[in-house]
Design a protein around this ligand. Structure first.
Ligand SMILES: Nc1ncnc2c1ncn2[C@@H]1O[C@H](COP(=O)(O)OP(=O)(O)OP(=O)(O)O)[C@@H](O)[C@H]1O
Ligand SMILES: [Mg+2]
Length: 192
């Protein structure tokens, strides 16, 4: 794969493991990199489980069922310590914001789309239990004034390897239970 050279701009977000940067000259892209100051235990977690979150996310995106892809933010390229991805934009040209920035969301189209996502998770037995955590991993893409769509931007993990101490997550029904617990909380926090 040929490497793309990009000039990074401001930091636009940070999670527990990765930071996300804008790309100078291309408002539709961003780059995720592992944080330089990961804790000892975070490094150990990655090493022991041979995880490379960026490459995992690339692979997961490209293996998604076609019907789910529109709800996941496309990953363009990933290598050792970075990932190039698109940056969701609203119909008015502004950058989309995470659900956590909205507080409560009353848009009916948005919640209808959420229902469709959950039905597709059921159909394909895919339980991305980190996605609907605290509203930082899902963005609200406003396609028009009243058509809002959830876009999942962080889907690096969805199995037992994310929580190796929880052996019950080797079992599909336990993953599903965990997903619904988090999804329920997501609804309580953000649904209006
Ligand atoms: N495609 C994107 N466009 C704009 N901002 C993004 C995008 N992807 C991630 N971000 C921002 O960067 C933050 C960190 O990215 P991400 O959630 O992938 O990191 P992480 O460390 O893997 O997260 P976690 O703490 O959930 O494990 C996100 O919470 C979000 O605010
Ligand atoms: Mg995240």
């Amino acid at each position: 794969m040929t490497e793309i050279k990009l000039d990074l701009g401001d930091k636009i977000g940070a999670g527990h493991f990765r930071e996300c940067f804008s790309v100078k000259g291309d408002p539709g892209l961003c780059v995720k990199k592992l944080k330089p100051n990961l804790t000892f235990f975070q490094r150990l977690h990655l090493k022991l489980l041979r995880r490379n979150f960026n490459q995992d996310e690339f692979r997961i995106y490209h293996q998604l069922p076609q019907t789910l892809k529109p709800y996941f933010n496309p990953v363009i390229q990933a290598s050792g310590d970075y990932l190039i991805t698109t940056r969701p934009m609203d119909y008015d040209g502004s950058h989309s914001l995470p659900v956590s920035d909205y507080g409560k969301i009353s848009n009916a189209h948005f919640w209808n789309e959420m229902k469709k996502i959950v039905a597709l998770f059921e159909k394909h037995n895919l339980w991305f239990f980190d996605a609907f955590q605290l509203g930082t991993n899902v963005f609200v893409q406003r396609l028009s004034e009243d058509r809002w769509v959830p876009i999942i931007v962080d889907f690096k993990r969805h199995g037992w390897r994310s929580y190796p101490a929880q052996l019950n997550l080797l079992c599909d029904s336990e993953k599903k239970k965990k997903f619904y617990r988090k999804y329920h909380r997501f609804n309580i926090l953000f649904r209006e």
